[in-house]
Design a protein around this ligand. Sequence first.
Ligand code: ATP
Ligand code: MG
Length: 171
Amino acid sequence: GTINIVKLLEQLLDEFYPSFQSNHLEYEYQTSKKDICIEADGDLIARLFDNLINNAIKYGADGKLIKVCISEVPGMVKIDVINYGKVIPNQELNNIFKKFYRVEQSRSENTGGTGLGLAIAKNVVDMHNGTIEVTSSLKGTSFTVCLPYSLSECKDKFMIDNKGETVGNNK
Ligand code: ATP
Ligand code: MG
């Protein structure tokens, strides 16, 4: 169905609010537009960003700040999920999308996790003809997801679930 990715992310961030608070994390949110629609399975897209934001909380705890930025590139909507703190070693950047793979430091620190979150994220992105990329340095760790736009009109639409029903609040 057609989903409003801006509304979906705003709803998700609202749901994460208690978790940001209990982890003493500030969050910053920016979007280039109030409404951007994509053709997608809303549940899977929510799962994808749930996994990325959970990672940002789990591995970015020292960094104190999480950012979610929505912008547009030709034909695509681009979403950056950024955290600070732990840096992912360069040679690990390709491995982390593999099933059950966890960076050595995460294993030894007992943060808990199965190593499936990013493998699922990558699968969801592939299913929607999108891309996911990661960069990590002392300036921050950034997961960038690009997903193709929907050509259908989206302005002022509510978030739409995959049954075509409107859900969520039009803020
Ligand atoms: P799960 O998501 O299944 O609970 P997980 O978080 O360990 O477990 P992934 O989400 O697939 O698994 O992440 C794989 C590994 O990549 C993590 O164990 C961690 O080492 C590293 N990683 C993922 N996201 C970040 C991040 N934002 N900052 C630093 N390291 C990260
Ligand atoms: Mg994870």
